[in-house]
Design a protein around this ligand. Structure first.
Ligand SMILES: NC(=O)c1ccc[n+]([C@@H]2O[C@H](COP(=O)([O-])OP(=O)(O)OC[C@H]3O[C@@H](n4cnc5c(N)ncnc54)[C@H](OP(=O)(O)O)[C@@H]3O)[C@@H](O)[C@H]2O)c1
Length: 306
């Protein structure tokens, strides 16, 4: 057990990568605090951890609310102890080009959850992390390095997240606090919960990307990625990059051949959006079989396959 008795807070622990990070941290002996909005799912994750002999505490948290973030850290301190490891995994993808958005809500929400939902717990846990020479791990995305057209809010928020934590790493170096960047690559949730996505109408959807593979890009299971992340946490590495080779090469090549790489990204984005459309259409039709005149998703024009 490489993290025995460490106190680890995991945001977005109710499903997907966060759930598996929490389970793997507990296997390494950490006391895990599970944060997300859906308490029932957090309780299920906590139950599976305790059934395997691990320790987990649930704190229902809305990361868009500063008071809720402050409480998350406060309850952790009182019930478990000062924070050693802060895993900032919660996130929401967005779908939509600027000309497709019906409201600016998807842009605001992406920044609120992906940036401030990571910044606020960090702010409140900072004293503990400095005192304990702790570790912050934040989960970014290829969209944090490359301009993912058609996913504007997501790209904006993940670029901002990278900027914040890259600079924070330098600020915290004299205090012995490490910052780990996790780029998980493209994943599907083994639990079938569906990835959290804000649509162009500003509503949140859970879209199960493991269902359809047609036109899609290769994906790995969240549980596989979580196991790779735990090694990086134990070794206090600077980053763990599970993105596919094409993305790694693209990020480097873009410095020298930006126009070429941008054209490839635009093509790829079209392909990914077609896959997303097919999944979202299917899920939407199952929920609302009839076309409704007041429903932005029913009325939107599907993206053609590039
Ligand atoms: N899936 C991919 O292919 C992929 C690729 C690159 C990067 N990533 C990044 O990896 C991380 C995990 O992705 P994932 O696919 O595992 O995500 P996911 O399955 O959609 O899960 C997102 C988690 O964030 C929580 N969350 C969302 N909004 C929240 C809020 N306002 N307050 C509290 N919790 C909130 C959700 O819980 P509740 O809904 O219960 O609140 C859920 O636990 C994210 O940061 C994502 O951007 C994912």
């Amino acid at each position: 057990m490489r993290l025995r008795d460490k106190v680890a807070v995991v945001t977005g622990a109710s499903q997907g990568l966060g759930q598996h990070l929490a389970i793997e941290l507990a296997k390494e002996g950490a006391q895990v605090v599970l944060a997300a909005r859906t308490k029932e799912r957090l309780d299920d994750v906590a139950a599976s951890i305790t059934a395997s002999g691990g320790r987990a505490v649930v704190v229902a948290t809305d990361l868009c609310e500063e008071e809720s973030c402050r409480e998350l850290i406060e309850v952790t301190r009182k019930q478990v102890g000062p924070v050693d490891i802060l895993i900032l995994n919660a996130g929401s993808a967005t779908y939509g080009r600027l000309d497709e958005l019906l409201t600016l809500a998807p842009l605001r929400e992406a920044v609120q959850v992906n940036l401030f939902g990571a910044v606020m717990p960090t702010f409140y846990a900072l004293g503990d992390l400095i005192e304990r020479k702790g570790l912050i791990a934040y989960v970014t995305s290829g969209a944090g390095h490359l301009p993912m057209a058609g996913y504007l809010g997501y790209t904006t928020s993940k670029h901002a997240m990278n900027g914040f934590f890259e600079a924070l790493r330098l600020e915290l170096r004299p205090h012995g606090v490490d910052v780990l960047t996790i780029n998980p690559g493209d994943m599907y949730s083994d639990d079938g919960a569906g990835r959290t996505v804000v649509g162009p109408d500003g509503h949140q959807y859970k879209v199960d990307l493991s269902v359809y593979r047609r036109h899609d890009i290769p994906r790995r299971s969240a549980s596989h990625v979580a196991r790779r992340c735990i090694d990086a946490i134990v070794q206090r590495r600077r980053d763990v990059d599970e993105s596919p080779p094409v993305q790694k090469i693209g990020s480097k090549l873009r410095i020298f051949a930006p126009q070429f790489v941008d054209r490839r990204i635009a093509q790829k984005a079209l392909t990914m959006r077609s896959a997303f459309d097919a999944i979202a259409d299917d899920q939407h039709r199952r929920q609302h079989p009839e076309v409704r005149p007041d429903c932005p998703w029913c009325l939107r024009t599907p993206t053609p396959l590039g």
